[in-house]
Design a protein around this ligand. Structure first.
Ligand code: AMP
Length: 312
């Protein structure tokens, strides 16, 4: 964005889905969702070398594929199989702070066994989106020499696939999860203790997302926190976590670095993309962004956090 882009390659594996979302702004059916869709779209604003690996069914609307392609995302790893696409149905509470999964139809996702093409094995920044931990591990093993591997997970895997998840965490550099999942995974209520316990499982950095309370980074250089921007329009938090991860990884690829400054920038970039995501349903908040809009909101976060000049 400031001409110093290194434009490193980013590869995401995850779901490309059709979602039904219910909440205070009404029920939306069959809208574009999925962890890889949100992630890759958010990352595509920082580097033009984003690829995704996922599976869709023969019911998947072509206009969604065309949208992802229009963002310059390499879709050669998007398999189309006979059958129904992954379909997720979630319902939000009236204040949008909690959600319940009402239904998950795996469809073609049930037989998804990602095999990476040679071009994807060279990826530098790998994101393991929220899928079964053993599939995440198999993708991590197929990438030749990744510079950084980040992953997401969810309560379902923490509860029912704990051993596989532990093995996957041993291969991951950065784990991005929400506060509830961090507590569940670590068994610690205190988030600083939870982060320490998770870092002892493998990841050298843990990002704990806290919805409208912002996000923490715990890593070898200490702790960093970004507040959430108090935005006036919040319609649909679906995909906020994946959009955060897309902005985070996209920024690191763009900076071509993983040092403390780069990771702090990535935390702000992730927060920017999540803030745009929640303003509208599906990926609509990420469809028509410009570099100026991203820079403007990045500056709004910096203004919100500014205090270095204040003396005690
Ligand atoms: P987030 O709000 O960031 O947790 O991401 C929500 C997206 O994850 C939705 O668009 C869903 O389609 C997708 N999703 C929900 N459950 C699963 C699952 N079990 N496996 C893969 N993707 C899922």
């Amino acid at each position: 964005m400031n001409g110093r882009s290194q434009n490193r390659s980013v590869l995401a594996v995850g779901s490309v889905a059709l979602d039904d979302i219910d909440g205070p702004f009404g029920l939306q059916r069959d809208i574009l969702g999925g962890s890889a869709s949100f992630f890759a779209t958010a990352a595509s604003y920082f580097t033009d070398r984003v690829a995704l690996v996922a599976v869709i069914g023969d019911d998947f609307p072509e206009e969604h594929v065309e949208f992802l392609a229009s963002r310059g995302i390499d879709l050669t790893g998007l398999q189309r199989e006979g059958g129904d696409s992954f379909h997720w149905y979630g319902k939000y509470s009236d204040d949008l702070t909690s959600r319940t999964t009402l239904d998950t139809k795996l469809g073609v996702f049930a037989d998804f066994r990602p095999r990476l093409a040679d071009v994807h094995r060279d990826a530098e920044f790998l994101f393991l989106g929220n899928i079964e931990p053993s599939l995440q591990a198999s993708v991590a093993e197929q990438v030749a020499a990744p510079r950084l591997i980040a992953a997401d997970t969810m309560n379902l895997w923490i509860e029912h696939h704990a051993d596989a998840l532990r093995r996957t965490l041993g291969k991951v550099d950065v784990l991005l999860i929400n506060d509830e999942e961090a507590r569940q995974l670590s068994g610690a209520h205190n988030l600083a203790l939870a982060a320490n316990a998770i870092r002892a499982m493998g990841p050298r950095a843990v990002v704990i997302k806290r919805g409208d309370a912002g996000a923490y980074l715990f890593h070898e250089d200490g702790t960093f926190a970004v507040p959430a921007l108090p935005i006036e329009e919040v319609r649909d938090p679906t995909g906020a976590g994946d959009s955060f991860a897309g902005g985070f990884m996209g920024y690191l690829a763009y900076a071509g670095a993983t040092d403390d400054d780069a990771v702090r920038g990535a935390m702000i970039a992730g927060s920017v993309m999540a803030s745009y995501c929640v303003e509208q349903f599906s990926l609509d908040g990420l469809r028509n962004l410009t570099a100026e809009m991203i820079e403007e909101r990045f500056a709004a976060f910096q203004a919100l956090m500014r205090c270095d000049h204040i003396r005690l």
